[in-house]
Design a binder for this molecule. Structure first.
Ligand SMILES: Nc1ncnc2c1ncn2[C@@H]1O[C@H](COP(=O)(O)OP(=O)(O)OP(=O)(O)O)[C@@H](O)[C@H]1O
Ligand SMILES: [Mg+2]
Length: 171
């Protein structure tokens, strides 16, 4: 397990950029964390470092978006927030073999998809009080204020374990 404190959004993008050169086709990254944790921010940094075409965003009605990248291996960015079950995610028929697949809100919905993945868990230690969250919901700009995140990265399965070691060595 790798534990990091990420002070601001720019550093979260930088973490994505550090991960980018380690990833190859078939790799799966699960991003976990509450609304506004920074999952898409990390993916944006990852996409930029891969030379991904098209904006990395969290559009309301798009569940998965495939971005061509400089290397030819597409970045597949999935937002499973609106999917209740793994079966619905299955129905998207994503190509897990040929892309670098990054999934937001995928915990518990990806059973059997791969024997290996990298979990990135993002927590907002200071903003996690109910009061701060309510303020953020009332005023979305509140979310954009830089504040530290606790990030823990854990590899699962053979390739996930390898990725975690590669990232630790690259730190
Ligand atoms: N340390 C930090 N790391 C990442 N983002 C941060 C940090 N501090 C502040 N932010 C802000 O928090 C917000 C994170 O939004 P982002 O869309 O990345 O979250 P998300 O986890 O993808 O949320 P959702 O579950 O709604 O998709 C951004 O506005 C970003 O600028
Ligand atoms: Mg998001």
């Amino acid at each position: 397990m790798i534990a990091l404190t990420i002070p601001d959004a720019a550093e979260m993008e930088a973490l994505g950029a550090r991960l980018a050169p380690l990833l190859r086709a078939g790799d799966l990254v699960l991003l976990n964390g509450e609304l506004g944790a920074g999952k898409t921010t990390l993916t944006r940094g990852l996409g930029a470092a891969l030379g991904a075409r098209g904006a990395v965003t969290s559009p309301t009605f798009v569940l998965a978006r495939e971005h061509p990248t400089a290397s030819g291996v597409p970045l597949v960015h999935v937002d499973a927030y609106r999917l209740a079950t793994g079966r619905e995610l299955d129905d998207l028929d994503l190509d897990y073999e040929h892309g670098i697949v990054v999934v937001e809100w995928g915990a518990g919905k990806l059973d059997g998809v791969s024997d290996s993945w990298l979990s990135v868990d993002i927590e907002r230690p200071l903003g996690s009080s109910a009061g701060a969250d309510a303020a953020a919901l009332a005023d979305p700009e509140e979310l954009e204020l830089d504040e530290p995140r606790q990030v823990t990265i854990t590899g699962h399965g053979p390739r996930g374990t390898e990725l975690e070691a590669l990232l630790a060595a690259a730190e």
